[in-house]
Ligand binder design. Structure first.
Ligand code: CDP
Length: 310
């Protein structure tokens, strides 16, 4: 039983085909393992304290506090009157969350028919403002409780919000009244972009609540996985969210995590469910991350959905 909790060493990364075979061998069998769930919640609480630290709050980041950027060397922001007033008082989530769905953007979601399954969760997390238009609903669902927004999306998709903010505000409506989780203090250019996004929403009385990711939390989660054989410049957004969910939720199911170019039917799979734009090479280590997630699946700590949903 102890062996279950050893982390896959990761010195030899399996080929796409080997992963496919391994996943097929495992089939749909999955059994929840409360000991594994409790263990990971404990490990993550000890390293990273997600309950208190996942977002920047008035409580953990008082006036004058120095926030060290996690994606940048020796760059910091000292909390001042202006920024302090934008922080939520404390962790706004009603804890513990029960069934959580973490939705990655992998092309494996296409034709998965997982939408209903996802929508049945109590708390649904999504990455990088993904499209939720009609044609995807069957596969990815409609509900969202927390969605991440990388500042680079504000730059590329919404022209830095320097011109019309209407397109941005309108396109956020599909996320209902969820939390927008932005790494405002990770990279230098991200701060202004995040603040602009904050004001664009606030000025239009949007139903969304902006949460700034706490760079201290992001850094500690990065270290946690680094010590478990995930070697990348930066963790992928999806792994940050899975880590958050493991710390906050009673049960976690992950969808859309499949960084391989062939599917279980050995047919090509696009990188995203909505396009096939590949990430910068070497920036993330998604296959390494997948191996860790798959290990957690096999040990019953979280459930990965990689095929069709029933
Ligand atoms: O910005 P980033 O590359 O981290 O994310 P994305 O492409 O918007 O996808 C969201 C998340 O889904 C990623 O961070 C990965 O964790 C996961 N993903 C995956 O596992 N396999 C894929 N083919 C694509 C995304």
């Amino acid at each position: 039983v102890l062996g279950w909790f050893y982390i896959y060493p990761g010195y030899k990364l399996p080929q796409d085909k080997e992963i496919v075979e391994e996943v097929l061998r495992q089939g749909d069998a999955w059994q929840k393992n409360q000991t594994g769930i409790d263990l990971y919640r404990k490990l993550l609480t000890e390293c990273c304290d997600p309950r208190r630290m996942f977002a920047v709050t008035k409580e953990n980041s008082p006036m004058g506090k120095v926030l060290w950027y996690d994606g940048e060397f020796y760059h910091s922001h000292t909390v001042n009157n202006e920024t302090y007033s934008l922080f939520v008082q404390e962790n706004p989530l009603q804890l513990p969350l029960k069934k959580c769905a973490v939705v990655g953007n992998g092309g494996i979601l296409r034709h998965s028919k997982c939408g209903r399954d996802i929508d049945q969760a109590d708390f649904i997390m999504r990455c990088n403002l993904p499209p939720l238009s009609k044609k995807y609903v069957e596969d990815v669902g409609t509900r969202t409780h927390l969605v991440t927004a990388n500042p680079s999306i504000i730059e590329k998709r919404f022209q830095n919000l320097l011109w019309s903010r209407k397109a941005f505000v309108d396109s956020m409506k599909v996320y209902g009244s969820s939390y927008i989780y932005m790494p405002a203090f990770s990279m230098k250019p991200g701060t202004d972009l995040s603040l602009r996004a904050y004001y664009a929403l606030a000025d239009t009385s949007s139903n969304l609540t902006m949460l700034f990711a706490n760079p201290e939390f992001l850094r500690s989660v990065g270290k946690f996985w680094k010590s478990r054989s995930v070697h990348a410049k930066r963790l992928s957004t999806g792994l940050f969210l899975v880590s958050l969910a493991l710390g906050l939720c009673e049960e976690v199911t992950a969808y859309g995590f499949w960084p391989f170019s062939v599917g279980l039917d050995e047919q090509p799979v696009s990188h995203h469910y909505y396009d096939n734009i590949l990430p910068y090479k070497w920036f993330h280590a998604m296959p390494e991350e997948f191996v860790q997630l798959w290990h957690l699946h096999k040990s019953g700590t979280l459930r990965m959905r990689v095929g069709h949903c029933p």
